[in-house]
Design a protein around this ligand. Structure first.
Ligand code: PLP
Length: 383
């Protein structure tokens, strides 16, 4: 058990306004929503909100999201943005029905990357997946394996703060797909469509919107796979049918009713990203935040970046271990009491750690301010 040795009552610690960040939201999802995105909802308050998703207003919005993402990711001709309701977790289930042919391979290196593996392992119509696991704080590499028709990678493991650049395994079977969970990476980390067939995500991380929607950038090989499986008699619920999702997406719709406010916020964020310089600008902004955050931790003898290998450190989610003498949960709760929110570690990881979202919406100056706030809290607790 960690003891709070000092005499200071944590409840009384006040961070002066002069060092507080302008915006205190550092969560890893849902994450900071920019004011401009809320303004966009207000601007559409009577023209888009509360109107039919089968009519031009909302369809135009979905079309704008699809073309905006195509621009942001510099997708080659033939790629398509497919979307549906339910978020990434529901996409995994849909993928077990409509994307994996027979056998998948999964790189498991944290809570999120384990979930798609579990979904495939329990699908009665699929063979047992190949699972390659590494300890938290590391990531494995895919291994080309005969009979594997889908390689499941994770661009950013949000539970541990490990990022891995998607790679196509050399020697994989012809036609094998690379499907990347980019839920917390998309819009903040660099990637190349050459290395990927399906790049899927949800809008509540780098896109600074709400959850409940999944989006997938799909290569021509991926849409062919979806259409081929959809033409078979493999049973699947309609709500998890990627063939139905693909058809609806092509007409800028979803199979069932979407949350319109999420679409508005997502569109506003994609436009903001593209107007500022696209994915490179976004990634560079997160890089600046990461340099501040990890640089700060390396200068403190009581803080250490959890991910030892610098090349694997995420620039959108930082995980910082604190010395045993400092209770990270207490630090987070004092920050919270001062309006600096959601710096808690991922609970199931079970470390004495702070976890900080550094998505493009978050101003690097606020990350700098956060480090000063943590210093102040730690000093006050020790006093
Ligand atoms: C947040 C997250 C998910 C879960 O997304 P939901 O939309 O809540 O299902 C999956 N994978 C990663 C990498 C995430 O960061």
């Amino acid at each position: 058990m960690r003891c709070h040795a000092g005499a200071v009552d944590p409840q009384t610690i006040r961070i002066p306004d002069s060092i507080l960040p302008a915006d205190g939201r550092f969560g890893c999802g849902p994450s900071k929503v920019r004011g401009g995105q809320i303004d966009a909802i207000v601007a559409g308050a009577t023209s888009i909100m509360g109107t039919s998703h089968r009519k031009p207003q909302v369809k135009t919005l979905v079309g704008s999201i699809r073309s905006g993402l195509t621009e942001l990711f510099s997708l080659p001709d033939g790629w398509e943005i497919v979307l549906g309701n339910g978020g990434t977790t529901i996409f995994w289930d849909a993928a077990t029905f409509g994307l994996v042919d027979r056998r998948s391979q999964h790189l498991v290196f944290g809570e999120f990357s384990s979930k798609f593996a579990e979904a495939c392992a329990s699908a009665p119509h699929l063979e047992q997946p190949s699972i390659i696991e590494s300890a938290a704080g590391e990531h494995p590499a895919p291994v080309a394996t005969g009979g594997v028709d889908l390689y499941g990678l994770t661009h950013n493991e949000t539970s541990t703060g490990v990022a891995m650049r998607p790679v196509r395994p050399v020697g994989a079977d012809d036609g094998a797909l690379v499907a990347v969970d980019a839920t917390s990476a998309a819009g903040g980390l660099r990637w190349s469509p050459n290395d990927v067939d399906v790049y899927y995500f949800a809008p509540q991380k780098c896109f600074a919107a709400d959850g409940g929607l999944w989006l997938a950038a799909c290569s021509p090989a991926a849409t062919e796979r979806i259409e081929r499986i959809a033409a078979t008699d493999r049973w699947r619920p309609a709500s998890l049918d990627l063939g139905i999702a693909l058809t609806n997406s092509r007409s800028n719709q979803t199979y069932n009713t979407p949350a319109v406010a999420t679409l508005i916020m997502l569109d506003a964020q994609v436009q903001w990203m593209n107007a500022n310089g696209g994915l490179e600008w976004c990634a560079a902004r997160s890089d600046s935040s990461a340099a501040i955050m990890y640089g700060w931790a390396e200068q403190r003898d009581w803080a250490t970046p959890f991910v030892a290998d610098r090349a694997k450190r995420s620039s959108v989610v930082a995980t910082i271990d604190l010395a045993d003498s400092i209770d990270a949960n207490l630090v987070s709760s004092v920050l919270r009491a001062n309006g600096v929110l959601d710096t808690d570690s991922y609970r199931k990881l079970g470390r004495n750690q702070l976890r900080v979202g550094m998505f493009p919406a978050i101003d690097p100056a606020d990350i700098e301010a956060l480090t000063r706030c943590i210093d102040l809290v730690v000093e006050s607790l020790a006093a």
